[in-house]
Design a protein around this ligand. Structure first.
Ligand code: TDX
Length: 351
């Protein structure tokens, strides 16, 4: 099957493409406009494979997107392209509305038109897979889990834009019969994550001996999912998920932020070649809280386990160790990823 993957130069998109090329026989066309967080070097191991091709296209560009569909005639779309950093959405919501809402609309319309041009049997097989986030459900208290039936209650411009995109996707299924599947995942971590998110920012700052900013008291809880486990789950949903269904994907690894940061400090004490910053915990700095900061996210992933047999393989302990080791072995990648674009400054405080 030929799969059009949007956002394939990003963190999760590139993990999906590496998985598709190395572990399946599917072909991939990667559609990415290479924003600050997009990086084709994430695909160096697979980019020479004849089943891989790349189109530098912005998903908001209707004509360019249509051209991609006409040239490649995919049988499925995995839509991952998005602005994803909550703090940036507080500083500048506009790009989030454009890419996440208008871009999703553009992809849906292009998919609908393209599907109509396919032979009848392929029209039945066509899938639009929308990849989304657990943040659409808002914030949990100390108890309970997000299920696929939890009401939407987004807090940030980012999560509101993803909620809007989820609604568009379901509407295109109900109104136009577009065969869609949706997934909502918990916090991803692993190699190639842009060093603005909590885990890679903490590792790279600790390596540089810089302060490790913890928002508020560090009591907020996230449910951590190793990115390669997520990639496997996404391919299972695309291949075997039922049309119109939503699947929550989570790592069964709830942690308070402060515990995540302390664990990284311990791993850095053990693994970092730079011994001058030991103990790294002394770099922890409590800073002003994020506006609208959701207290807790936690996913009930029993549906995807029951219906598709998926379960995470990586524990948070093993995944975090691997991730720290990866960042320590790939300092050049990190330097190049942020060069002239981001120097670790605090984002998301503007009112
Ligand atoms: O420097 C920091 N200090 C800190 O305490 C940063 C960057 C974050 N935090 C806190 C805020 C969150 O409670 O750590 C937690 C994780 O923050 P992020 O890495 O920014 O992720 P989060 O806001 O939870 O959103 C992530 O998960 C859901 C992704 O960025 C989203 O794209 C995804 O949809």
């Amino acid at each position: 099957m030929k799969i059009l993957v949007t956002g394939g130069a990003g963190f999760i998109g590139s993990a999906v493409i590496r998985h598709l090329i190395s572990k399946t026989q599917h072909s991939v066309v990667n559609v990415d406009c290479l924003t600050y967080a997009g990086n084709l070097s994430t695909l160096d191991h697979v980019s020479s494979n004849p089943r891989y091709s790349f189109e530098k296209v912005n998903i908001c560009d209707t004509a360019a997107v249509q051209g991609v569909f006409e040239r490649h005639r995919p049988l499925a779309v995995m839509h991952l392209a998005a602005e994803s950093h909550v703090d940036r959405s507080i500083d500048g919501p506009s790009a989030f509305i454009q890419t996440n809402v208008v871009g999703t609309y553009t992809m849906l319309e292009a998919s609908r038109r393209h599907r109509q041009s396919l032979p009848a049997d392929e029209q039945g097989a066509f899938r639009f897979h929308h990849i989304s986030t657990d943040e659409v459900y808002g914030s949990l208290g100390d108890e309970g889990l997000f299920t696929e039936k939890t009401s939407y209650d987004p807090s940030s411009p980012y999560s509101a834009s993803k909620a809007a995109s989820d609604h568009l996707v379901r509407a295109w299924n109900r109104t136009y019969g577009l065969p869609v599947v949706l997934t909502n995942c918990s916090n991803n971590y692993g190699p190639y994550q842009y060093p603005e998110k909590l885990i890679p920012l903490t590792i790279t700052s600790a390596l540089a001996g810089k302060p490790l900013p913890v928002y508020g008291k560090g009591e907020n809880v996230r449910d951590w999912l190793y990115v390669d486990d997520h990639a496997r789950a996404l391919v299972a949903v695309l291949e075997r998920g039922l049309v119109g269904e939503t699947y929550n994907i989570g790592g069964n690894s709830e942690r308070k932020n402060i515990d995540v940061v302390r664990t990284i400090c311990g791993l850095m004490d053990e693994l970092s070649p730079n011994t001058t910053n030991r103990p790294h915990e002394k770099l922890i700095t409590f800073v002003t809280d994020r506006p609208g900061h959701d207290h807790r996210y936690a996913i009930d992933a029993s549906k995807i386990h029951r219906d598709l047999g998926w379960t995470p393989e990586e524990s948070f302990t093993s995944g975090l160790r691997k991730t720290v080791q990866w960042y320590l072995s790939n300092e050049d990648w990190c330097r190049q990823a942020v060069a002239d674009r981001y120097s670790g400054e605090r984002l998301g405080l503007k009112s």
